[in-house]
Design a protein around this ligand. Structure first.
Ligand code: SF4
Length: 192
C-alpha cells in the first residue's frame, strides 16, 4: 500500500534516542493479533534500523525481506548489519509457555514434539514454520521437530531445535535460536 517509504523516512524526521521494542507477545502474521505467540523478549537499542532488522530475524524474516528496513538503511538512518552489531543478551527467561494456542498455531504445532520447551524457543519455531509455509515449503516437511529442556543429553536421529537437543544428529543451535536460523535450516531440508 506504499507505506514502506513513509515508514522508513519517518525516522529521518523524528529522531529516536532510545527504542524499546515489546516482543513479549507478538502475532504470527497480523499486527492487531489473532494468533498470539509468546517470545518473551524486550529489545532496547539506539539504532531504529538495527532494532527492526534484529526483530525481523527473531520472527523468521531476513532484514532484506522487509522493504522499509532497506529504505531506512539507504536513507542513512541506521544499519541493518546485525553481524557487526554489539548485542548483549540479559535476563534470559527459561519459562515454559502457558498461553492457549489458536487453531493456526495448533496446525503448525503438529510438526513439533515438545518436552518442556521455553516459550522463547517454542515461539521461534512456530514463527519459523509459518514463514516456511509462506514460502510454500511446509507441506514438504516430512520430519517432526524436537524441542525442549526435556531432551537434554538425549541422542536421537531427528531434527532438534536449540541447545537442549545438541546431542541430536541434526541440530539447529541457539538458546533460544532465532526463527530466521530455523527457517534457513528447514528451507534446505525441504528443498532437497
Ligand atoms: S535451547 Fe534454551 S531456550 Fe530452547 S528449550 Fe533449551 S533452554 Fe530453553
Amino acid at each position: 500500500m506504499g507505506l514502506h517509504k513513509p515508514i522508513g523516512y519517518l525516522n529521518k524526521l523524528i529522531k529516536s534516542d532510545l527504542i524499546i521494542l515489546d516482543g513479549i507477545m507478538g502475532d504470527l502474521n497480523f499486527e492487531e493479533g489473532g494468533n498470539p505467540v509468546e517470545i518473551n523478549r524486550v529489545l532496547v537499542g539506539k539504532d531504529p534500523v538495527l532494532i527492526d532488522a534484529y526483530a525481523a530475524e527473531l520472527i523468521g524474516y531476513a532484514p532484506d525481506d522487509i522493504e522499509y528496513i532497506k529504505v531506512a538503511e539507504e536513507a542513512g538512518i541506521g544499519t541493518a548489519d546485525i553481524e557487526s552489531a554489539k548485542v548483549l543478551e540479559l535476563n534470559k527467561n527459561f519459562n515454559v509457555g502457558e498461553i492457549k494456542h489458536t487453531n493456526r498455531v495448533q496446525q503448525l504445532a503438529r510438526f513439533i514434539v515438545d518436552k518442556e520447551a521455553c516459550s522463547a524457543c517454542y515461539g521461534s519455531l512456530i514463527h519459523a514454520l509459518e514463514r516456511l509455509d509462506e514460502k510454500g515449503l511446509l507441506h514438504k516437511l516430512e520430519d517432526e521437530i524436537y524441542i525442549g529442556q526435556g531432551y537434554k543429553d538425549q541422542e536421537e536421529d531427528n531434527i532438534g531445535v536449540g541447545l537442549c537437543t545438541k546431542s541430536f544428529k541434526k541440530n539447529i543451535p541457539g538458546c533460544p535460536p532465532k526463527a530466521r536460523d530455523i527457517v534457513n535450516y528447514l528451507e534446505k531440508v525441504t528443498r532437497n
